[in-house]
Design a protein around this ligand. Structure first.
Ligand code: CA
Length: 225
């Protein structure tokens, strides 16, 4: 899953980028409203964390323009404590959730998880696909209760595929949701990661749909479990 972090405070940005990375997300950072505007319109993020007080263009204007341009990405706004009118303006501009500064990073992560699962159509806090389970709270996955040892990129790939299980996902889409913009992206590496995941999950769980991409689905007979 890939997140856009829009925040102009350098210390807070650095800290949040690290925290989000540790939690298993690919993160792009925009330090002002102009860059945020551009990135939000051109890159397919899974969620955006948007500070409202920004240089160049303020957060509410950025959000209004995204929504007018049909950018449907879920957005969590960061507001100043007590500024109730900011919250109202943010929600009316198309925000999905808010958090008042200063906040605990645990709360930000919990709100982000809720936002991501809701926008992908899941209600339960952990994801399952037959005997395969993934818990975003701990950034861990297991098969039949046996923990899987995954690298951070393998985890990220599995997280995205479990969020969108049952659907064929193209390689380009996987690349766009796995790596941040600074990463040297190569869609051939996806094949390598899929191969590694298959070794860990069992070969049949990820199906290759020739010319289209990959599909993660329960094994035959698992659906009822
Ligand atoms: Ca600010």
């Amino acid at each position: 899953m890939r997140i856009l972090l829009v925040e102009d405070d350098p210390d807070l940005s650095r800290q949040l980028k690290l925290t989000l990375g540790d939690a298993g997300y690919a993160v792009d950072h925009a330090p002002d409203g102009e860059e945020a505007q551009f990135l939000g319109e051109t890159e397919p993020y899974d969620a955006v964390i948007l500070d409202l007080g920004l240089p160049k263009v303020d957060g509410v204007s950025v959000l209004e323009r995204w929504r007018r341009g049909n950018v449907a990405t879920p957005v969590l706004i960061l507001t100043a404590r007590g500024a109730w009118s900011d919250k109202v303006a943010g929600f009316d501009a198309g925000a999905d959730d808010y958090l008042a500064k200063p906040f605990h990073t645990e709360e930000l992560l919990a709100r982000l998880r809720a936002l991501l699962r809701r926008s992908a159509g899941h209600a339960a806090p952990s994801l399952s696909c037959g005997a395969l389970r993934l818990d975003p709270r701990a950034a861990r996955a297991s098969v039949n209760g046996e923990p899987l040892r995954l690298t951070s990129l393998e985890y990220r790939l599995l997280h995205y595929m479990m969020m969108h299980q049952g659907r064929v996902i193209g390689r380009t889409e996987l690349v766009e949701h796995l790596y941040d913009q600074d990463f040297d992206r190569d869609s051939n590496t996806i094949e390598v990661f899929i191969g590694r995941l298959r070794k860990k999950l069992g070969a049949d769980r990820i199906e290759t749909v020739r010319g289209l991409g990959y599909r993660l689905a329960p094994l035959p007979g698992e659906e009822a479990a």
